[in-house]
Design a protein around this ligand. Structure first.
Ligand code: ADE
Length: 366
């Protein structure tokens, strides 16, 4: 292979470039596995810009593995609110308890043990292992998959398993020298700062002289994800159900399925040929076995999830009869609007809480 990248020379260029250009990020340079694990789990589906704000906040709330393990799941979900992909918060909490119970509170140091923790996939296990325990395992997230596909000239969409497997094999051959933490951080940084999806900055890239995609003249033809099918839109109706004393009924979603364990205004998906007010009434009855009177439509909130968007039609409702039962939910509560801000809701619900006066201002904290 005439173009075989020279591991040591390539590593030296990458390391020097990283030392000069790396962004100062709050998790950089740390070696405490608890802190690195939290950062990597957060960053898998959260942008660096959001991570910069939310990572320090999470660590302030749960500074140690022990504090996370001792917290209630509700507290962890509340802290995770707004970050999306809520199964991550449940797994962090579950894994913290496993480490506390089965490893005496000491973060496991073997790759296979880390990989076996709930919510930890190949990427997070490799990153934690490289940053904290001195290994050199290719850590392939979306950025590194793109950089690798270009460096090695691998064609095909990078969301796809076989392409990632080839990148993994080639990177393993390269990562036989140097420091695994620097390899990991520097490849992530090249992907974030230079090797962008559409207009890679090849002239300033430390990998250009070894890059097959550059050599072939069209780096942007490599390392792209397969096209996604367009997001469909789902119509959902929900109710702000009030009773005489002004309290509102909220329900907690099941631990299985979407948005597990989050609180919500009761409701659900519209069925074919169903009026939205009827959807609202039917879903409330199916979920809680109560009867309500549907009033005016208060607002419509649109929210985009990864594979679909939701249009949430919010109705004012009056509670009529029946003691709520846990049929399609794991719990329910009557709360004052001012109590809502302390519970974890899906992002789409924040606008509703705000509209009914449930977000405290400086003067209204109760
Ligand atoms: N994305 C995922 N992991 C990251 C890290 N350690 N630094 C910057 N961006 C990341």
């Amino acid at each position: 292979m005439p173009f075989a990248p020279e591991s040591r020379a390539l590593y030296s260029r990458l390391r020097r470039w990283f030392a000069k250009h790396a962004r100062p990020l709050p998790w950089r340079g740390q070696t405490d596995p608890y802190r690195i694990w939290v950062s990597e789990v957060m960053l898998v589906q959260t942008t660096v810009a959001v991570g910069i704000k939310r990572y320090p906040r999470f660590l302030k709330r749960f500074p140690t593995l022990r504090s996370l393990a001792r917290a209630t799941l509700d507290d962890v979900m509340k802290e995770w609110e707004g970050l999306g992909y809520y199964h991550r918060a449940r797994y962090l909490h579950q894994a913290a308890r496993i480490i506390q119970d089965q490893y005496g509170g000491v973060f496991p140091s073997e790759y296979d043990e880390i990989r076996a923790l709930p919510g930890v996939g190949d990427y997070v296990a490799a990153a934690v292992s490289n940053f904290c325990f001195g290994t050199r395992v290719p850590a392939i997230d979306a950025n590194v998959a793109r950089v690798g596909a270009r460096l090695f000239g691998i064609t095909g969409g990078v969301r796809n398993g076989p392409v990632r497997a080839k990148v993994y094999r080639e990177l393993s051959k390269l990562m036989t020298v140097g420091n695994g933490a620097i390899w990991t951080d520097a490849l992530i940084e090249v992907g974030a700062l230079i090797c962008s999806p559409r207009s890679p900055g090849c002239p300033s890239c430390p990998l250009t002289q070894n890059c097959r995609a550059f050599e072939k003249g069209h780096p942007d033809k490599y390392g792209m994800p397969e096209a996604r099918t367009p997001r469909s839109e789902v119509q959902v109706a929900c109710g702000i159900i009030r009773r005489g004393d002004g309290k509102i009924l909220i329900a907690q979603r099941l631990e299985t399925g979407l948005l597990p364990g989050l609180w919500e205004f009761p409701g659900g998906k519209q069925q074919a040929r169903e009026a939205l007010a009827e959807t609202c009434r039917r879903e409330i009855e199916e979920e809680l076995a109560i009867e309500v009177r549907i009033g005016r439509k208060r607002m419509v909130v649109r929210h985009a999830y990864s594979h679909y968007t939701v249009r949430l039609h919010v109705f004012d409702c009056v509670y009529l009869s029946g003691r709520p039962r846990k049929i399609g939910c794991q719990n329910w509560r009557w709360v004052r609007p001012t109590e809502l801000h302390a519970l974890a809701f899906p992002s789409a619900n924040r606008a509703i809480i705000e509209a009914i006066g449930g977000i405290p201002t400086e003067n209204s904290q109760s």
